[in-house]
Design a protein around this ligand. Structure first.
Ligand code: AMP
Length: 219
């Protein structure tokens, strides 16, 4: 379908990709597709994929390109993704970026937004992050939902992700530098990369992104 709006949102773990994609999904009426959420749901539901990847997620390592590529291809076949998608956490490697091009064919990625945030800030954000296991809502450790352990949206359990513990955070940032940071050049070469300052209030980051999309006639 030619009007498909595929927006790749890049940035280190904790840069605010999930928060921004949730907000943008409402403005743009296209789904937020997070491979991390898809994989965590599989782990929670103890599916075959979930059992295969649980230890990898906990350690903060990447699961194989073949597996994530397949999950994304399947997700793109669903009805709500025919208009487009906000991709959060995918692609994360050169192989995944090429697979994404192959999946999309001629009607490729429209824009790649990189949320620029310094390492110290993402480390602080990830250490204090708490998430609802059911709906993925994000809280801070000082929020009442984190202290009580109950999500205000859905009543689910609010927990600290195992990969948000200090050692896993360090490993994930190393993996990001090695495997994912090179994708910035990949999209820049194609004139698709736009950098947005992620070190602002979430609504200001969203406003900056919407302005860029507007300038480029996307959405
Ligand atoms: P995230 O929520 O995006 O930080 O993803 C959580 C974890 O899921 C990552 O640390 C990886 O173990 C796994 N994961 C998510 N997306 C990908 C991907 N595109 N490629 C490989 N592993 C992924």
């Amino acid at each position: 379908m030619s009007a498909r709006v595929i927006i790749v949102v890049l940035g280190k773990q904790g840069a605010g990709k999930g928060t921004q994609c949730k907000r943008l999904a409402q403005f743009l009426a296209i789904p937020h597709v997070s491979t991390g959420d898809i994989l965590r749901a599989a782990v929670r539901e103890r599916t075959t994929v979930g059992l295969e990847v649980a230890a990898i997620l906990e350690a903060g390592q990447l699961v194989s390109d073949d597996l994530v590529n397949r999950l994304v291809k399947e997700r793109f076949e669903e009805a709500d993704a025919q208009r487009g998608a906000l991709l959060d956490g995918f692609p994360r490697t050169d192989g995944q970026a090429r697979a994404l091009d192959a999946i999309l064919g001629d009607d490729g990625v429209k824009i790649c937004i990189n949320l620029d945030v310094p390492n110290e800030l993402v480390t602080a954000r990830l250490s204090s992050r708490r998430v609802c296991q059911e709906c993925g809502a994000i809280y801070r450790d000082t929020d009442i939902e984190a202290i009580s352990g109950t999500c205000a949206n859905c009543g689910g359990d609010v927990i600290q992700r195992a990969d948000d513990l200090p050692e896993a955070i360090m490993r994930r940032l190393e993996v990001y530098e090695r495997d994912t940071a090179p994708l910035l050049a990949f999209y820049e070469r194609r004139g698709l990369l736009v950098r947005v300052d992620g070190d602002q209030d979430p609504q200001d980051v969203t406003a900056d992104i919407l302005e860029v999309l507007n300038e480029r006639g996307i959405g």
